[in-house]
Ligand binder design. Structure first.
Ligand SMILES: Cc1cc2nc3c(=O)[nH]c(=O)nc-3n(C[C@H](O)[C@H](O)[C@H](O)COP(=O)(O)OP(=O)(O)OC[C@H]3O[C@@H](n4cnc5c(N)ncnc54)[C@H](O)[C@@H]3O)c2cc1C
Length: 405
């Protein structure tokens, strides 16, 4: 009989192990991958956006918002900063409240977590894939590809479906179901979006600071600002990842989605109109396709002019016609982009949904159905915005279980 078994050597599993081992527990981690922390190594483009200084509740989502509120009580950015300091990892603060390891390397996060585990005598076994969990009287049997373990204390820290190429699976949700838990359906989030619009390749490769707006069927307006990258499959960039959760909800309800993109968000419609109007100083036979290059990326010009049927016009047309200039400015500020899907879990930073948090104690992360069983991180029905919020949740889960187990 093992004292404490953790399934999954990812973000939340490693922190749980360290805090529990510091409190005297003998810990065994079972990890199916051949390497520890594969997903962690890919976070923040290899720099690991480890947390956020301002983890306010509106950055987190769950079908049970009450859980999120109770979960964060007594825990904040400082809780995480102190923990990482205790393993020798200094953090630095960047813009938008984002926090990174001082080394700017995700590998340093993994290596220091693992080194601390080793020092505390935590046993980590890789290439052990748990297949089944059975409750037998007052203990649990963990059946894996190389044998069986038994324990009275079990932590399920197995993540969810995002990034299957890095080991993302929904095994933990299946284990929860084996134990009688219910789960909330998942979909990919923080993900690139696809489109079936014609001639996408014409815009492909253009990266532009934009403001993206989604108006939902119910009339809710959601806006995100940041880079937008047009691609051959559709659209990507930080503003798109940020809005993807809300787009996916619309798509899952079988609604067509049209994003409105402000291609020059730093200027109002009036300012842009005035700027363009000033350049029309004299009559000229310069094509509009050339003139517009003074304002916007060349690859976007035909997609702007063609729907207005102005692609073959010259400046002379605009000189005497305010309405036509107006329509160009409007199009730049309200560029429509149709979306029909996402790049799926393979492109997603996070999977929404997971084990229903109504069945979990938010103070301890213990199952309300089974004494001694705990859930941490992405396996639960909680997901966060981009900006360090998902790891923030995972680390705090680990701190909570470690302290209560
Ligand atoms: C490309 C990418 C970039 C990201 N960047 C950021 C970022 O910068 N900031 C941020 O906050 N979040 C980021 N995230 C999200 C973040 O990585 C996750 O929220 C976090 O890793 C979840 O931690 P976890 O402990 O729940 O699961 P994970 O870290 O996914 O760990 C789960 C572990 O369990 C193992 N496992 C699963 N099933 C079994 C089984 N049956 N048997 C044994 N082992 C099993 C898995 O192999 C894995 O090692 C990013 C995600 C991706 C994909």
């Amino acid at each position: 009989m093992k004292e404490l078994i953790i399934i999954g050597a990812g973000a939340s599993g490693l922190v749980t192990a360290i805090v529990s081992a510091r409190r005297g527990k003998k810990v065994l981690i079972l990890e199916k991958n051949n390497k520890i922390g594969k997903k962690l190594l890919a976070t923040g483009n290899g720099k690991c956006n480890i947390t956020n200084q301002r983890p306010t509740l509106e950055h987190f989502y769950s079908s049970n918002p009450h859980f999120i509120k109770e979960f964060f009580e007594g825990y904040n950015y400082q809780s995480i900063k102190q923990f990482f300091k205790s393993i020798g990892l200094e953090l630095i603060e960047a813009k938008e409240g984002k926090v990174f390891p001082m080394s700017l390397q995700a590998s340093s996060v993994v290596e220091l977590l693992v080194a601390e585990c080793e020092e505390l005598g935590v046993q980590i076994l890789c290439e052990i894939e748990v297949q089944k969990i059975k409750k037998i009287k007052n203990f649990y049997e963990i059946i894996h590809n190389k044998g069986i373990e038994k324990t009275k204390l079990l932590v399920i820290a197995t993540g969810n479906l995002s990034a299957p190429q890095l080991g993302g699976v929904d095994d933990g949700i299946n284990f929860a179901k084996m134990l009688g838990h219910t789960s909330i359906k998942s979909f990919p989030s923080l993900v690139q979006l696809t489109s079936s619009m014609k001639k996408l390749e014409r815009m492909a490769g253009v990266k532009i600071e934009s403001r993206v707006t989604l108006v939902t069927k119910s009339g809710k307006i959601i806006q995100r600002q940041g880079d937008v990258l047009f691609t051959t499959y559709g659209i990507s960039g930080l503003a798109i990842l940020d809005i993807s959760r809300f787009v996916m909800i619309e798509l899952l309800k079988k609604r067509s989605v049209k994003l409105t993109i402000d291609l020059i968000p730093k200027m109002s419609q009036e300012q842009l109109f005035a700027l363009m109007r000033k350049s029309l100083v004299k009559k000229s036979s310069k094509p509009l396709t050339i003139w517009l290059q003074g304002f916007i990326n060349k690859k976007l010009i035909l997609p702007i002019l063609e729907p207005l049927k102005l692609e073959n016009e010259t400046l002379n047309t605009l000189y005497s016609n305010r309405e036509k200039l107006d329509s160009i400015v409007y199009k730049i500020k309200n560029f429509e982009f149709e979306v029909n899907g996402s790049r799926g879990y393979k492109g997603a930073e996070i999977a929404t949904g997971g084990v229903d948090t109504k069945e979990i104690n938010p103070k301890t992360m213990e199952s309300k159905k089974h004494k001694g069983v705990y859930f941490t991180g992405e396996v639960l029905d909680v997901d966060g915005d981009r900006g360090g919020f998902n790891l923030h949740f995972a680390w705090i889960c680990g701190l909570k279980v470690g302290k209560s187990i």
